[in-house]
Design a protein around this ligand. Structure first.
Ligand code: DGL
Length: 272
């Protein structure tokens, strides 16, 4: 069995490319359609109702591309809109990044003391905490909103004095309460992983939800007979944005120079 349809990836903008990069590496034979809602980012500071509305529109647009699976790469949208998307699209799998990240954290932590760094919206939703508690009711989960790290990553300031100063200020906010696992619960944060690593005790495990999500999608496709199984095939990519394709391209090059973002198309989203 082979399913030749593409995988739809949705994010608020360019950050989801960290998830796309992990997916591309894990699934080289698959086609992807990536939709970045660049007209309306950031999502991290908006209300849950607004995020649901935006996510519904984005999902409807990706359905027009006949995708076989919808992956919400944006942590904020996964945290706030995934149940709604599943209700609206019961005929295709809708996966997010929170569940795989939570599963990896629950599995990796010896003490059950887990920190989640994310946007304000993701922390407010409690989605990581709830997902970790479902797997491990004894866990003590703390969320810390780190909105400024989004801008830092987009500026390309992921290493060096400025990055260390800002990241260490957030790390200090965690106080003296010990933890042994930290989840990068935002699309942009894997780019700051090296700086965070330097500022955290070496005993702390850092969970990259982009990597864990790529593994979850790969397993899902295999278990449900949805893989593109043509051997040696190089999958195609389509990048869609809701505003300023040239800025998306520029940021993509700065942010993830190893990714080949060929053409970027401008699209308008309709009410869903
Ligand atoms: N993509 C968002 C997330 O992972 C970060 C950027 C934004 O706030 O839109 O939560």
């Amino acid at each position: 069995m082979t399913d030749k349809r593409a995988i739809g990836v949705f994010d608020s903008g360019v950050g989801g490319l960290t998830v796309y990069r992990a997916l591309r590496a894990a699934l080289p034979q698959e086609d992807f359609v990536y939709l970045g809602d660049t007209a309306r980012l950031p999502y991290g500071t908006k209300s849950g109702e607004t995020i649901k509305h935006y996510a519904a529109q984005a999902a409807a647009r990706l359905r027009e591309e006949d995708v076989k699976l919808l992956l919400v790469a944006c942590n904020t949208a996964s945290a706030q809109a995934l149940p709604d998307l599943r209700e609206r699209h019961p005929d295709i799998p809708c996966l997010g990044v929170v569940e795989p990240g939570a599963r990896a954290a629950a599995g990796s932590s010896a003490t059950g003391r887990i920190v989640v760094l994310a946007t304000e919206g993701t922390v407010r939703s409690g989605a990581y905490r709830d997902a970790i508690h479902r797997l491990r009711p004894d866990a003590q989960v703390r969320g810390l909103a780190c909105n400024l790290l989004v801008a830092l990553a987009e500026e390309g300031w992921c290493e060096g004095l400025e990055a260390e100063a800002i990241v260490s200020r957030y790390v200090r906010q965690l106080g003296d309460d010990p933890f042994d696992t930290l989840v990068l619960g935002c699309t942009h944060f894997p780019l700051l992983a090296a700086t965070l690593r330097r500022l955290l005790p070496s005993s702390v495990a850092v969970i990259d939800s982009a990597q864990t999500t790529a593994r979850a999608v790969t397993a899902y496709l295999a278990e449900h007979d949805l893989e593109q199984s043509e051997k040696g095939r190089s999958g195609r990519n389509l990048f869609l944005v809701t505003d300023a394709p040239e800025r998306f391209l520029l940021l993509a090059q700065r942010f993830l120079p190893e990714i080949d973002v060929n053409g970027v198309e401008l699209v308008a989203l309709r009410n869903a």
